[in-house]
Design a protein around this ligand. Structure first.
Ligand SMILES: [Zn+2]
Length: 512
């Protein structure tokens, strides 16, 4: 299915759509970003945790560097304790591997790499690495041979999936620009005084296109005329001077801002909430905790299938696909536990796992299903890349501190913990102003219409659990423009497009 890319450069947010659903968000805000290269100073070395803390210019948080990430910064070759490998006040060239979270500083590495459109230059790496996603054996051979010829001595080269079927000239040009970039970084590393930022992907448009543009993109929308020109320029540079055919590039000139028009902000707001409705009436609840992400699948008020077994299988398959999309959209990482609805038949379990595996395959962060536990829980892990949506756009609710419950003790006034500033949204019932915080964070304000109170309550997981189906009211919003809805798959071109007909459920045939 063709993809569209919407780039709001002004806000440094881009969204990748497939049909009318957002598949992925690219957000580049914050002072430290993955890939930034700094010259810094080692502040202290802690043998207890095998790590060093490096000052890269943030007075409150030093960068964290584990002994395994020192790379070329090691002062001697032999293995040893970190106190022998780096020294306080040592000047170091480092790159951010993970953005800071909470009060943790960014995680750093000495193994600096420079990503291009088709290649990643690894100045301290070795050999040639080919993306596993390039599968054609002949093409793998061509790229490997080319990379061996081109590879600068003493460095490593990674061939990205994007290099598949790309002419040599374009790949050579990409490498030359990366080498130039590396030379500049090296010169500056010598002359500049730490701490200082030396290199950053500051062309947001270039970064977005580099990371998500592919042959199946048929439309790119920018928020400025210069942005549009730069999109064209980059695409031409990567395509031997010509614009690729079949892609429409446009500058959004509507009075309604880009992120509103394409409902990106609305999608972000929804993706911070625990509940996601499935097309056929089931729903999932996604709960991030300190240690892991817990996802619960519920059948809701689904009644269209003939037998309970088919209902469960169908809901679980829908959930599997939606969970794969939500993991990418929310960009959550670490250990993820999914509690699918119980299924007795092995064959059904297999089918759900197959569906899940297939849906996870398009995720660049390579989620891996690690096991199906005895209790029927599916465990998987997903690699961390950048900050998740909660870190980027969420703030803990000051009223309940993220608990999802307001304390209502006997003898106390029901509204005692409601901020006074929230006037004008009157209601007599308790708890309806629970989550003012999430909304302030996004530019799109909710209109003060009658659904507001319910929406507020819907942020609370316990409400959703207890009221069950009532929350479904949110599910079908028919007023959105095309290329817009993040959740409802009820558009004409919806993938599975289940319609409420009395025909037997389209549960795929079991394997004979
Ligand atoms: Zn709350």
């Amino acid at each position: 299915m063709p993809k569209q890319i919407v780039i709001a450069e002004q806000h440094r947010i881009a969204a990748v759509f497939q049909g009318d659903q957002i598949q992925e968000l690219i957000v580049a805000t914050g002072t430290h970003q993955v890939g930034d290269i700094y010259v810094g100073t080692v502040e202290n070395v802690l043998p207890g945790i095998d790590a060093a803390f490096v000052n890269i210019g943030d007075s409150e948080r030093n960068g964290f560097m584990h002994v395994t990430d020192l790379g070329p910064l090691r002062l001697k070759r032999a293995a040893g304790s970190i106190t022998e490998l780096v020294a306080p006040q040592q000047k170091v060239l480092v790159q951010i591997m993970k953005e800071p979270t909470g009060n943790k500083g960014p995680r750093l590495t000495g193994n600096v790499t420079l990503p291009g459109r088709y290649l990643v230059l690894m100045p301290y790496g070795k050999g040639v690495i080919l993306s596993r996603r390039i599968q054609n054996e002949q093409e793998r051979n061509r790229l490997r041979a080319l990379a061996i010829l081109l590879k600068p001595p003493g460095m490593g080269l990674l061939i990205r999936t994007e290099a598949e079927d790309v002419p040599e000239e374009a790949i050579i040009e990409d490498l030359e620009s990366l080498q130039k970039q590396w030379e500049t970084v090296q010169q500056e590393a010598v002359t500049r005084r730490p701490p200082e930022l030396l290199n950053r992907d500051d062309d947001f448009i270039q970064r977005v296109l580099r990371d998500v543009y592919s042959g199946d993109v048929n439309r790119i929308v920018t928020d400025s005329h210069t942005g549009l020109k730069r999109v064209k320029q980059h695409l031409m540079n990567w395509n031997a001077g010509r614009l690729p055919s079949g892609v429409l590039i446009a500058n959004h000139r509507d009075r309604v801002p880009l992120l509103e028009f394409f409902r990106v902000n609305a999608a972000i707001r929804e993706a911070i909430q625990p509940r996601v409705d499935l097309p056929s009436g089931g729903y999932i609840i996604i709960e991030p905790t300190e240690a892991l992400i817990v996802i619960d699948v519920n059948s809701g008020s689904f009644t269209r299938s003939a037998t309970a077994r088919e209902t469960v299988l169908w809901t679980n398959c829908e959930a599997a696909e939606e969970i794969a999309r939500q993991l990418r959209l929310r960009n959550v990482a670490g250990v993820i536990i999914v509690d699918f609805i119980d299924m007795d038949a092995r064959r059904d379990q297999l089918q759900v796992l197959e569906t899940f595996n297939r849906a996870l395959r398009s995720d660049k962060s390579r989620p891996q299903i690690s096991q199906l536990s005895e209790l029927g829980l599916v465990e998987l892990t997903r690699k961390r890349q950048g900050q998740n949506l909660y870190e980027l756009f969420g703030r803990p609710c000051p009223t309940c501190s993220g608990l999802g419950h307001l304390v209502h003790l006997p003898g106390e006034s029901a509204t005692v913990d409601v901020p006074a500033t929230e006037s004008g949204r009157e209601s007599a019932s308790f708890g309806n102003r629970a989550h003012p915080s999430l909304k302030e964070n996004l530019s799109e304000d909710l209109e003060p219409h009658s659904d507001l109170q319910e929406l507020d309550l819907l942020n609370h997981p316990n409400y959703q659990e207890s009221k069950g189906g009532r929350g479904n009211r949110r599910r079908r919003r028919r007023d959105a423009p095309p290329l817009s809805r993040s959740n409802g798959r009820n558009g004409d071109n919806a993938r599975t497009a289940p319609t409420p007909t009395p025909t037997p459920a389209p549960v795929p045939d079991p394997v004979p």
